[in-house]
Design a protein around this ligand. Structure first.
Ligand code: SF4
Length: 105
């Protein structure tokens, strides 16, 4: 049976304290949403923005202990990855264009 920290913010994301290794990787992925007290990691705040939603999904997917759970509809991970890829491609294209402009001047 899952053990949920009493301070876990009510909502769809939650951490099972029995699974969690408490190394805090999720805080790096979603610093607005995950915290640790003297005992365990917990969901400090449920995501409220699209960016926080994406970060919480990233934390859940990268949790090495599979301790982060999401009730209800799962986050649209494919959409997040597609947007990240597009952003990376746009940044790369800007760098290439910028480098071309520098060499042509
Ligand atoms: S990433 Fe997972 S295992 Fe690590 S502290 Fe967060 S919930 Fe716990």
């Amino acid at each position: 049976m899952a053990v949920i920290h009493p301070l876990n913010a009510p909502g769809k994301y939650w951490i099972d304290c029995r699974q969690c290794d408490d190394y805090g990787c999720c805080e790096m992925s979603a610093p607005n949403n995950f915290r640790r007290d003297e005992l365990h990691e917990f969901v400090f705040k449920q995501p409220e923005t699209e960016e926080e939603e994406r970060q919480c999904a990233e934390a859940m997917l990268s949790c090495p202990a599979n301790a982060i759970h999401c009730d209800g509809p799962q986050p649209p991970v494919d959409e997040y990855f597609r947007k990240e890829l597009e952003k990376l491609q746009n940044d790369q294209e800007k760098e290439i264009l910028s480098a071309r402009c520098d060499t042509e001047m």
